[in-house]
Write a protein that binds this ligand. Structure first.
Ligand code: DX5
Ligand code: ZN
Length: 218
C-alpha cells in the first residue's frame, strides 16, 4: 500500500511560535509543509507571503508546498521560488486563458521547481485534462479557498477519482493533493479514491493529540 503524504497547513499554526510548530510537525513525520498565500483579491482573506516563506523555508527539511491563492500568479513565481518554494501551486481560475496557464507552468519549471495547479469546488475537473501531462501536482480544493476550518465538500471525491484514473491511464507523473476540511473521516474517503497528499490545518494545529491525529490521517 502506498504511503500517504501529509502536508500540515501552517495557516492554522500559532504564528507567535511558528518555528516550534514547524519543528513539531516535522518531528511527527510530515513530508510536506503547506504554505497558503492569500492576497485579499483572488480570495476574500489575506494571510502571509514571500518574507515569511523566506524565513521558514530553510529551517526544516520538509517539501515547501506553496499554494498561491492570488491573482496574476505569473508576476510572483520568481519571488516565491527565490524564497524557497519547492512546489508552487497556482489556481486555474486565476488565469485568463489556456495560454496563460501553460506560461505559468513553464515559468515555474524554469525556476527548477515543481508546478501544481488547483481547482476550486465549482470548477469542472475535465477542464484541466489538457494540462495534466505538464503538471507535477493537481490540488483539488474541497472547500472554497480563503479560510481554514471549513467543512469538506464531498464532490471533491469524484474529482479525485476522475484524476486518479486519467493520471494512471496516461502514466502521467502527477500527484493528487486535496485541501480543505480534512480529518480522519474525510481523509480516509480521499485515500479510498486515490489521493496522494492530504493537506490538514485545523485538524492538526493546536491539538494536544496531534501525534495521534497524524497517525489517523495515514
Ligand atoms: C484554504 C487553504 C487550506 C486551509 C485548510 O483556503 O487552502 O490549506 O489551511 O484548512 P483546514 O484543514 O482547516 O480546512
Ligand atoms: Zn491550501
Amino acid at each position: 500500500m502506498k504511503r500517504m503524504i501529509i502536508a500540515p497547513s501552517i495557516l492554522s499554526a500559532d504564528f507567535a511560535r511558528l518555528g516550534e510548530e514547524i519543528n513539531l510537525v516535522q518531528s511527527l513525520g510530515a513530508e510536506y509543509l503547506h504554505f497558503d498565500v492569500m492576497d485579499g483579491h483572488f480570495v476574500p482573506n489575506i494571510s502571509f507571503g514571500v518574507p515569511v516563506l523566506k524565513s521558514i523555508s530553510h529551517i526544516h527539511h520538509m517539501v515547501n508546498d506553496v499554494h498561491i491563492m492570488i491573482s496574476e500568479p505569473l508576476k510572483y513565481i520568481k519571488k516565491f521560488a527565490d524564497a524557497g518554494a519547492d512546489i508552487i501551486t497556482f489556481h486555474y481560475e486565476a488565469c485568463k486563458d489556456d495560454d496563460e496557464i501553460f506560461e505559468v507552468i513553464d515559468a515555474i519549471h524554469d525556476e527548477g521547481i515543481k508546478a501544481g495547479m488547483s481547482i476550486k469546488p465549482d470548477t469542472p475537473v475535465a477542464l484541466i485534462d489538457q494540462f495534466l501531462g505538464d503538471l507535477d501536482l493537481v490540488l483539488v480544493m474541497s472547500v472554497e479557498p480563503g479560510f481554514g476550518g471549513q467543512s469538506f465538500i464531498p464532490s471533491a471525491l469524484e474529482k479525485i477519482a476522475y484524476l486518479r484514473q486519467k493520471i494512471d491511464d496516461n502514466s502521467y507523473n502527477c500527484l493528487i493533493e486535496v485541501d480543505g476540511g480534512i480529518n480522519e473521516e474525510t481523509g480516509q474517503l480521499c485515500k479510498a479514491v486515490g489521493v496522494d497528499i492530504l493537506v490538514a490545518g485545523s485538524y492538526l494545529f493546536g491539538k494536544d493529540d496531534i501525534e495521534e491525529r497524524m497517525e489517523m490521517l495515514r
